[in-house]
Each structure stands twice: as structure tokens, then as C-alpha cells.
Design a protein around this ligand. Sequence first.
Ligand SMILES: [Zn+2]
Length: 174
Amino acid sequence: MKLLEEAFRITFDDMTADVRVSDVPVILMSKKTFGMIHKELVTVLGRRGESLLYHAGYEAGRQGVATMKKWWDFRNKDEVIEAYKKQFSRFGWLYLDSIEEDVDKTEIRITVHNNFESRQYQKKSDDPVCYFTRGYLCGFVEVAFGMEALRCDEVRCESRGDDHCEFLIKPMFW
Ligand SMILES: [Zn+2]
């Protein structure tokens, strides 16, 4: 199992513009630039833009766990959560505060702070806006927790002035 610090090591090759975190090619983008793309997608495409962000997040969430599993031999759910907590912070995405399952294990509540996706809205949005994060968490939980056909709703959002973003994940047909 790689050390967390080694897995999050960032390397640059100025001649080929190849930037990597561990062995994964990445681009670096300011939160402002992402925020502008986000706002344009939602403003121009409406529901289709929201859906596009959600589905991109969902696929990224599912594939992200597969990538993480190459780096770590996770022994249990707590180790996956611990690794992700660090990854989200290191990538500048968000601070993962908690993942709580209810007693019947039919509902998962995820609380995050400083979500990059809500930043551009400066607490002035009427509705939750973290479509990419919502999809990402849904895909992530499906693969990491071995569950299928989940839905994820954002019930609190920093974009509209809430203290944090909060996501509720449960079976789609329940
Ligand atoms: Zn949010």
C-alpha cells in the first residue's frame, strides 16, 4: 500500500505539459475558472446543464474509486473514507466533514464545507448548485460501499447561504 503522501505527489514536465498526481494526468484550474464554466453551463443549458454536471460527476466518482484502489489495498469502508477525506482536501475540492449511515443503513448523510462548486455563487443562489459533487458522491458511494441504483439529493448548500453543503443518499426506488 502506497503512503498517502506519495500517492498525492504532484509532478510537472515543462517540455510536454504533462502534470500528474501520482501517475494520473491532471490539469490545474482556478476555482474561479471552474466557477465560470459551471455558471455558463447552468445558465445557458438550464436543467440539461445541471444534468451534464451531475453525470460527469457520477462517472468521475465511480472511476475515482477504481483509481484509488490501485493505490491502496483498502481493508474496510473507514479506510476508503479516510483516504477520500484527504484527497478532497488536497485537491482543493472540499472539506469532507462526515459520512453518516442511519441505523437501518438505508440512508447516508454526507456533510462538507468549503465546496469548490458553490463558491462562485457567493451565497446568493436560490437553490443548491453542487450538481457535480452530488453526482460524484453518488458514484463514489455506490462503488466504495458496494451499493447500486442510488439517488443523491443536496438538502443544504453553501451557495444559498447555508453553513455547509449536505447530501442525502438513498436507494433510487425506495
Ligand atoms: Zn452545495
